[in-house]
Structure formats: C-alpha cells, structure tokens
Ligand binder design. Structure first.
Ligand code: 13P
Ligand code: SF4
Length: 360
C-alpha cells in the first residue's frame, strides 16, 4: 500500500462534487496507471486536480518535469518527463515549452533555468530545499579554491547556482565516477575536490584511483540508513535484493547488492524483476516503481524527504494558474554555473533515457 500521498485540500474552485465524480470517471485510463498504489477512493479527490492541470498545461504550453521522488499521483498522472537529476537537467535544455514547472526541489529548478534561460521556470513551493544544497555556499567554495589551488572542484548538482558558478564541473549520482576521472585526466592531476556530499565522495573514491577530497555535506534522508538495517532486512526476508542510493554511507553501499542514481535503481528493479526488493532511498520511489512492476514485492522503509514532499497536485495547479513561484538566477552567476553544467554534459553525454512521459 502507498506510504506517501500528497494532501490535496479542497476541490479546485468551480468544480462541484458531480463534476469531480465525472472527472474521476473521464480520467479512468490515467487512474489505471496508479491503481496498484492509490486506492480508488482517493482518486475522486485527485482527478479534479489532474484534469485542471492537464488543461492549463496545454493552454499555456507548459511542461512538468518531475523528479523520481514525487508521489505517484504527480509522477504517473501529470508529469511530462520523470527522471533523476541528470535526466531532468537534460530535458530542461531540450524542451520547447514556454513554461517549465519543476516538480522537485529548488536546485533542480535553478538548473532548469540555467539551461533554459529563455523559459519561465516555476516551482510550486519555494521552501522545497535540500540539506546538501544548504551545506555549502559560494564563499565556501572560494575559500576551498584558495586552500587547494589547482585542484579541480567537482560539484554535485544538489547545490545552489552560486556554488556551481565557482566550480569546475558538476556531476550527478549517475555520472560522478566518470566525471571525476575525466576532469582529472583533462587537467592532468591525480586529486579532485568533491562537494558537498561526503558519502557520495567516499563512495566514488572506492571506485577510482583518483584521490577524492570530501566535504562534510550529508543528505538528511540517506544518512539515516545503516548497515545494520540491511542485515535486519536480509534476516527477515531471505533472498531480498537491496538497492541503495550513493548518498548512503559507504558501509551501507558496501552491504547493498547494487548502488546507483534514482533512475539506476529503477532500471535495476524493472529489468531484473527481483521477487523481493528494498530500495534504500526516498519513500516515493518504491511506490512509483511498484505501480509499474506487478509481481515484485517491495519492502518499504520510509525515509521521507520533507523538501520533495512540499510539492503536491494542489500547489502544482496553483503554480500553473498564477505562474508563481518563478525561479530566476542572476545573469553573471547563470553564465558561470552553466559552464559547470555544460562541462558535465560534455564529459558525460546522455546515456539513460527518461522514463516514459506519463501525461497526455
Ligand atoms: P538522483 O540524481 O539520483 O535523482 O538524486 C537526486 C537526489 O536528490 C537524491 O537524493
Ligand atoms: Fe536533498 Fe536528500 Fe531531499 Fe535529495 S533526498 S532533495 S539530497 S535532502
């Protein structure tokens, strides 16, 4: 059963109960995508939002780019593209929409704006932050550059635009090892600095001969998983396959069967179809994959990202209607930040396709 739903609040204005019931019926084919994880009784409260969102999106030539941690009602019913951070960034650059609604956290919206400066980029709730992005500032990076002259700075995309602007190259969890090795080779050095995720840096360091200096940032969701948790899951569920995001500690990643970006974990579950699986990452991932992988049993430890969970169908609708909150990036910072993101895309061109577009 679904372990995360987004509270919808009141029905959208102008939609009576009869109209809401009619919307639920009309959008039944869309409901079928999520019927394994969203009870029918909840669909009646969601369908009016879905109907309005799909209508306004078309009217305004808007797209919704949704991160894999969005709840299934968003992920499977209104998102035009769903994916990991890298895929969303690539899609923002490709899209020919006039408006991008970022169903994700603030750094993702900033990255979209950096790659698509001509588009209006909106986020439904400005408070959707990230503990990693909050752990380092542009001033911190300037200090690091003084302390480690000549050492390239590889910056996780989970950072603000001014941090990216001070960096040599960005990376995501799906290309971090490749970026570290390629930037070191390009600059002819054997050491890089990796900010801000300590655990991602340590997990990368185990897979390369390049010396990786780590910073002290942590993801508040992934740092909670422990190797003991994994041993307990294995004891209670013999044969279970354990998948972990590389923002988990190195001890957790060592105990897991496979580690990868959110899309890497999804691809593993879909392709290998293990009988029983546990995904050590944010709660909604398992719900989203479960909706598409009947027969796979998901054990669901629930570590919610409070920032991702700020995004709901209700505030996506508001966002489309009022065209707020707009995300902007200072022009000079945007140019410098784009150079870091472009360096990443040049060193690590797209490999994995985004998940199928859900919305019509
Ligand atoms: P991915 O790039 O793997 O989607 O990770 C983003 C994120 O915020 C994980 O916590
Ligand atoms: Fe940031 Fe962690 Fe939330 Fe991802 S899950 S947005 S890294 S706090």
């Amino acid at each position: 059963m679904l372990n995360t739903v987004s509270p919808q609040g009141a029905l959208p204005a102008l939609m009576s109960a009869d109209e809401a019931l009619a919307a639920a019926e009309e959008l039944r084919p869309i409901y079928e995508r999520v019927s394994d994880v969203i009870p029918e009784i909840e669909w009646v409260t969601m369908a009016p939002y879905v109907k309005e969102i799909l209508r306004i999106k078309k009217e305004k030539n808007a797209v919704i780019l949704a991160h894999n941690y969005m709840t299934p009602d968003i992920f499977h019913t209104v998102a035009d593209f769903a994916g990991d951070s890298l895929q969303l960034a690539q899609e923002a650059g490709r899209s020919d929409a006039d408006i991008i609604v970022q169903a994700g956290v603030h750094f993702m919206a900033e990255t979209s704006k950096i790659l698509s400066p001509g588009k209006k980029v909106l986020i439904p709730d400005l408070r959707a932050g990230c503990s990693l992005a909050a752990s380092v500032t542009g001033d911190d990076v300037r200090l690091l550059k003084e302390k480690y002259p000549g050492v390239p700075i590889v910056t996780y995309v989970n950072t603000t635009a001014d941090v990216k602007a001070e960096s040599d190259v960005c990376c995501t969890s799906s290309n971090a090892v490749e970026i570290v090795e390629k930037i070191a080779a390009e600059r002819g050095v054997d050491t890089v600095l990796m900010i801000p995720d300590e655990y991602l840096a340590k997990n990368v360091a185990k897979q390369t001969d390049i010396k990786v200096i780590a910073y002290h940032g942590r993801c508040e969701v992934h740092e909670q998983f422990t190797a003991d948790d994994i041993r307990a899951y294995r004891e209670a569920n013999p044969g279970i396959v354990v998948l972990a995001h590389p923002e988990c500690s190195p001890e957790v990643v060592d105990e897991a069967d496979f580690a990868g970006s959110t899309s890497g974990l999804i691809a593993y579950a879909k392709e290998k179809r293990p009988a029983k699986v546990v995904m050590l990452t944010e709660c909604s991932m398992s719900d989203n994959v479960a909706a598409e992988t009947p027969g796979v049993e998901f054990i669901r430890p629930c570590n919610l990202c409070p920032h991702m969970k700020r995004i709901t169908l209700a505030n996506i609708l508001d966002c489309l209607k009022t065209e707020s909150f707009e995300v902007t990036v200072d022009a000079d910072i945007a140019v410098a930040a784009k150079a870091s993101v472009d360096a990443m895309l040049r060193l690590s061109p797209p490999k994995v396709k985004p998940m199928a577009a859900a919305a019509e």
